[in-house]
Design a protein around this ligand. Sequence first.
Ligand SMILES: [Ca+2]
Ligand SMILES: [Ca+2]
Ligand SMILES: [Ca+2]
Length: 397
Amino acid sequence: MKGRLLSIVVLVALLLAGLSFTAEAQTCQPVYHVVKPGQNLTIIARYYGVTVQAIVNANNLWNPNLIYTGQRLIIPVNCQPVTPCTKIHVVKPGEYLKLIAARYGTTWQAIANLNSLSNPNLIYSGQRLKIPVACPTPSPEPTPTPTPTGPWTGKYWDNRFFSGNAKFTRSHKSVAFDWGTTGPKGIGGENYAVRFTRERYFDAGLYRFYAKVDDGVRVWIDGVKIIDEWHDSAPTMYTADRQLSAGKHSLQIDYYQHEGAAQVTFWPERIDSGAAWTGQYYNNTGLADPVVATGDYNSIDFNWGKNAPKSGVSADYFSARFTGVFHFVGGSYRFTATSDDGIRIWVDSKLIVNEWHVTSARTYTVDVDVAEGDHTVKIEYFEEKGDAVCELSWTQR
Ligand SMILES: [Ca+2]
Ligand SMILES: [Ca+2]
Ligand SMILES: [Ca+2]
């Protein structure tokens, strides 16, 4: 009789343990969201990783565009039944279930249940028991360190207010984006903000900073705000002029897109009289010393005809070298050169035009990818006789 009673108690205990375990395993708390000002269903759905339709269904919303601040929404988050995690314990001599349970911070009933022990008092040395343990929280996917591909750091928020943490960070060669209505990858086409930062060297001089955006933009140099156009807008160009000392300066561009199309392009340009090009002339066609004249120019746009380019230089059988450092925002550029007679052009160490021969005036066109940054452009030119022409220009494609 006593033995039977004990069996019943044990059985009830086992049943209870089983029931409570089952209940725990299935527990899935409903998630509620209280709508805050400015939030719409798209934002809320994205935040919880569910679809707008799922929220609409869960709340019987008749018009998904009509939600109000303070409204309490059920969020149908994915509710996975919890699978208990276990580890194996090998029973040692003298151990009993309660002792083992205490060691693992569980109950003997839970162990008995998990191992379908018909008699929890009957365990033996060497027996392998499954022990319910807390599941290790899955370590978050290691976020791959973005490979630095450029001097700009872009931090992207999926809201217009830089609120909360940035969704991701990317590096960029330049700030020149036309995202249209699709938006940056991983963000969507509307309601986002990007903060671009970098340091760069500037020669001393007067610079014009250009920002062409849809919608809002703010620009800082060394922490001083120089452009403040924080409003919705069709694509608009804003500029600000600043005198800079030689050295490194920090740049920050805050940008936001509300709705419709989106673009942001930023670049600086030196606008003071600091001549862009320096030139040296030689009285031979092979750039052989000595230099017989020099000149500073803002553009290479020479049509000397039958005249000499400068006093001290012959009208025929001369050569010249022009060099300048220019800032490129990065991308594909079309270089157009016209020459009578020969011309060679380099961007940094890359020879992009090599037409070192006698000719009447001819125009050469070449498309070159130029990374964002300062680049040295060098022209070598020679005139044999007759007319003399030397011109170079480029445009971003
Ligand atoms: Ca827009
Ligand atoms: Ca000539
Ligand atoms: Ca000629």
